[in-house]
Design a protein around this ligand. Sequence first.
Ligand SMILES: C[S@@+](CC[C@H](N)C(=O)[O-])C[C@H]1O[C@@H](n2cnc3c(N)ncnc32)[C@H](O)[C@@H]1O
Length: 266
Amino acid sequence: MPTIALKTSHNDPELKQKQTWFSQQPGCNWLTDITKQNENLFPSLKITRKGVYLNDGGQNLHFHPSMTLLRIMNIYKGNSDRYLIATGLKSGDTLLDLTMGLGNDALVGAWAVGEQGKVIGVEYSPVICALVSDGLQSLASNHVPKSKNPDKNRAWETLSLAAARIKVTWSDHNSFLCRQPSASADVVFFDPMFRYTPRKSASIKPLYSWSNLQSLRIEVIHESCRVARRCVVLKERKGSSEFSRLGFDILSGGKYSQVDYGLIMV
Ligand SMILES: C[S@@+](CC[C@H](N)C(=O)[O-])C[C@H]1O[C@@H](n2cnc3c(N)ncnc32)[C@H](O)[C@@H]1O
């Protein structure tokens, strides 16, 4: 269980309330009694007026759905989104995002399934889980920037509504799947860390040090096929042998992209 020093930048009641909320999240040993002797011994989670920052050796991990905002703005402009094509998500669907990370894909999925739909995000790392849960709660309570650009404001509003639809669960996806009834979700989605290397992308580095880096197990895919009513989708590095190892058909498209989507129709 990781020990994480829990700090606030100011004594605001709102920040203190957040600190209490974090200290109650399972899976981490939250250290609130910070002294001169121990203050630099552990990674820290700093709650500030601008957001919550997980700091480990100078690297910050922070929930900020800026890429998702751009994706939603692009979708509103009529551009296609490969994730939505691969998953085929539509209004009223239930989506299981079993490698939730910081929730960017889950947010786009929550937009697609709409008010009648349901999204459950499962994350292995307790601290990432706490960070994304807090970020989604803030987003859902409309703590969003205001812009002069009406398209941006519309996309923020969309994300705020979508965030409220996502239920976040701290679990290993295999044990989570074993507890689910058969044919209980329309789409099961995976975006594992396996394809990333810390050298490749500076933005992925902080996530890399906290997340589960293991490749997907074939039993997990078998369980996913039992739980999915329509399809199981895998996002992986272009040309990855993971698609054939796990039995996915690669979808065409994304000529210039570094990732591909694989599909198993059940
Ligand atoms: C590449 S990130 C996902 C990014 C996400 N799709 C997004 O749009 O923000 C992969 C995440 O899956 C999580 N993960 C890996 N193995 C897992 C498992 N067995 N159970 C649950 N989560 C897992 C990792 O901890 C990591 O946070």
